[in-house]
Design a protein around this ligand. Structure first.
Ligand SMILES: C[S@@+](CC[C@H](N)C(=O)[O-])C[C@H]1O[C@@H](n2cnc3c(N)ncnc32)[C@H](O)[C@@H]1O
Length: 282
C-alpha cells in the first residue's frame, strides 16, 4: 500500500507461465515443455534431482506446477503401484494435455491431476511423503508462500524439493559477447522478478522452516543445438525485440551468429540448475 492507503500499482508481469491459460501460444508452450522433457540432458538432470530428494517406491508425492506432466511420468516410474502421484497446476488447459499424456502412466500408479494454486494447496496437512516443484518457483509471485504450503502438506520427516534454472549463469558461445549478454540478461530481467531464483532456493527452504537443507547443482549442457535449446534462443531473440532491448535487424544478426557457431561445430550452451531439498521437522 502507498502512504495514502492506495494499493501499489503492480508491475504487469511478462512471464507467460504466470497465467498460461491467457496466452495465445499455449499450444507452443505445451510443446516446449514436452520437448524439454524429451531432451536427454534435461531428462538426466531432472531424474538425478528426483533421486537426490529421494523419491522412493510406495511414496505419496505432490508435484506443484506439473504442466503437461513430464515430471509426473518420471514420478510414476519411481513410486510404482503402491505409490501415488498428485499433480496440481494453475492452468486448466495444460492439465487437459497432462491428462492425455499421462493416461498410460496412470495405469502404473495412482495418479490425480487437479487445478490448484501452489500458494493455497487444496490438501490436508501432512498428506504427502514429498512435495516437489520443478522449474515453477521462478514463475510465482510469492515463492516463500508456495514453499510454506508445500511444507504444510508434507508429513514430518518428509521432503520438500524444489529445482530451478538460474538465468544469471548461462554460458553461450557467440562471436558477439556484449550483444549476447544484453539479450540473455536483458530478457531474463524483464520477465522474472528474480532471474537468479536457482541459487536462492536453499535460503528459501530454510526461511520456510525446513531442516537439513541440501543442494544439488547441475548443469544443462548442449553442444549440438538441441531443438529445445534452439526454440529457447529464438524466443529470447523475439522477446529482446518486443522489449525494445534490440531491434529486429540486430536480433536476426545475433541468431545468424549462433548459426555460424553451430556450423563451425563450436556451439556450447550451459545453464545451471539448482535443486534444493529440506526435511520437515518432527
Ligand atoms: C515451466 S512450467 C514447469 C512444468 C513442469 N514442472 C515441468 O518441469 O515440465 C511451470 C508451470 O507452473 C505452473 N504454475 C505457475 N504458477 C503457478 C501457481 N501459482 N500454482 C500452480 N502452478 C503454477 C504453470 O502453469 C506451468 O505449468
Amino acid at each position: 500500500m502507498t502512504a495514502r492507503g492506495h494499493p501499489r500499482p503492480t508491475r504487469r508481469h511478462l512471464d507467460p507461465w504466470r497465467d498460461a491459460d491467457a496466452q495465445t501460444n499455449l499450444e507452443q508452450m505445451a510443446a516446449g515443455l514436452e520437448a524439454r522433457g524429451r531432451t536427454p540432458a534435461q531428462a538426466r538432470l531432472r531424474r538425478r534431482f528426483l533421486r537426490f530428494v529421494p523419491v522412493r517406491a510406495g511414496d505419496h508425492v505432490l508435484e506443484v506446477g506439473c504442466g503437461t506432466g513430464v515430471v509426473v511420468r518420471d514420478l510414476v516410474a519411481l513410486v510404482g503401484r503402491r505409490g501415488e502421484v498428485v499433480g496440481i497446476d494453475s492452468s486448466r488447459l495444460l492439465l487437459d494435455r497432462a491428462r492425455r499424456l499421462c493416461r498410460e502412466a496412470a495405469g502404473r500408479a495412482r495418479v490425480a491431476l487437479r487445478v490448484g494454486d501452489g500458494a493455497r494447496l487444496p490438501f490436508a496437512a501432512s498428506r504427502f511423503d514429498a512435495a516437489l516443484a520443478i522449474t515453477v518457483l521462478l514463475h510465482v509471485a510469492d515463492p516463500l508462500r508456495v514453499v510454506r504450503e508445500m511444507a504444510r502438506v508434507t508429513r514430518p520427516g518428509g521432503h520438500v524439493g524444489v529445482q530451478d534454472q538460474d538465468f544469471g549463469v548461462v554460458a553461450l558461445t557467440h562471436p558477439d559477447h556484449e550483444l549476447t549478454d544484453r539479450i540473455m540478461h536483458g530478457v531474463a530481467a524483464h520477465i522474472y522478478p528474480e532471474p537468479h531464483s536457482g541459487r536462492r532456493l536453499p535460503g528459501l527452504l530454510r526461511a520456510a522452516g525446513l531442516d537439513d537443507v541440501r543442494l544439488l547443482t547441475d548443469v544443462y549442457q548442449d553442444t549440438t543445438l538441441e531443438p529445445w535449446t534452439k526454440t529457447f534462443l529464438e524466443r529470447r531473440a523475439e522477446r529482446a525485440v518486443s522489449f525494445a532491448i534490440v531491434n529486429g535487424t540486430t536480433a536476426a544478426r545475433w541468431l545468424d551468429g549462433l548459426t555460424e557457431v553451430v556450423a563451425q561445430g563450436a556451439f556450447v550452451l550451459t545453464l545451471n540448475y539448482y535443486g534444493a531439498v529440506g526435511t520437515k521437522p518432527a
